[in-house]
Design a protein around this ligand. Structure first.
Ligand code: BGC
Length: 247
């Protein structure tokens, strides 16, 4: 059976699992360890090692994909919205390859989630442009055109009153400001209407932890584009990173 390992580095947790690539499901438990405070590269590497140990795959030769919440271009991290600024312009893929003593594939977290949904989830067989957005600490985005990923789209950094719109619209804004579902949905409406006007997508897929409760906000949005919840939610980064590593 084709398998690969996926690791999803987030602002609050580092998660990993062994992925069944045929079905896009987890063949192991989902291991989760809190992200070290400050999330410096060295501390994150130590935690990723710990996670791989716990999963029992420290010496495995399976492909390993790592999803990360920043722009990732040719293995380099180029931004740091909700993580240590040390990651800006950092040779992340090489750093992890040296630190773990193996090949890895390093990708943006939302792009990984998009690949998981297009291969094994809500955007399977979708024609034209699918835009997946993750609503969590920040807002991540993935563009998939007829199933092909166009990476590093960063829609969470569209402008809103001089700030990145994710500060105002991510799920973390709802928690930080104790917004009701209605109040938060009004902000989502602004975000999705803008994205719909700019890109004329054929399908929106909503991921991130909050996609567990789609009934609380998806029906409140008025869009011309169908909008559905992601199937893989919190495991999509793991599944997508593993899939990309095995390509
Ligand atoms: C980052 C993106 C990331 C998203 C979700 C944003 O702040 O700029 O790269 O995909 O958060 O983690």
């Amino acid at each position: 059976m084709a398998q690969a390992i996926g690791v999803d580095i987030g602002g609050t947790g580092i998660k990993a699992g062994i992925v069944d690539l045929t079905h896009g499901t987890l063949d192991s438990d989902r291991v989760r360890v809190p992200t070290p405070t400050g999330a410096s590269p060295a501390d994150v590497l130590t935690t990723v090692r710990e996670v791989l140990d716990t999963l029992g795959v420290a010496d495995s030769s399976l492909p390993l994909g790592v999803a990360f919440p920043a722009i990732v271009k040719r293995g380099r991290t180029l931004s740091a919205a909700n993580i240590s600024k040390d990651w800006i312009g950092f040779e992340a893929e090489r750093f992890f390859e040296d630190g773990l003593g193996r090949n890895i594939t390093f990708v943006n977290d939302a792009d990984a989630a998009g690949v998981a949904e297009v291969r094994h989830g809500a955007a399977r067989d979708a024609q034209g442009l699918t835009i997946l957005t993750t609503l969590g600490t920040g807002i991540g985005s993935a563009f998939l055109y007829d199933g092909t990923l166009v990476p590093n789209t960063e829609l969470g950094h569209l402008d809103h009153n001089g700030e990145s719109i994710e500060r105002w619209t991510a799920y973390s804004a709802m928690e930080r400001e104790s917004l009701s579902w209605e109040e938060w949905s009004a902000r989502l409406q602004v975000f999705y209407s803008r994205v719909e006007f700019l890109f004329s997508p054929d399908l929106f897929v909503v991921g991130g932890g909050v996609s567990k409760h789609p009934e609380n906000f998806l029906p409140l949005l008025e869009l011309n584009t169908p909008i559905v919840a992601a199937v893989h939610r919190n495991s999509s980064g793991i599944i997508g990173a593993a899939s990309l590593a095995a390509d």
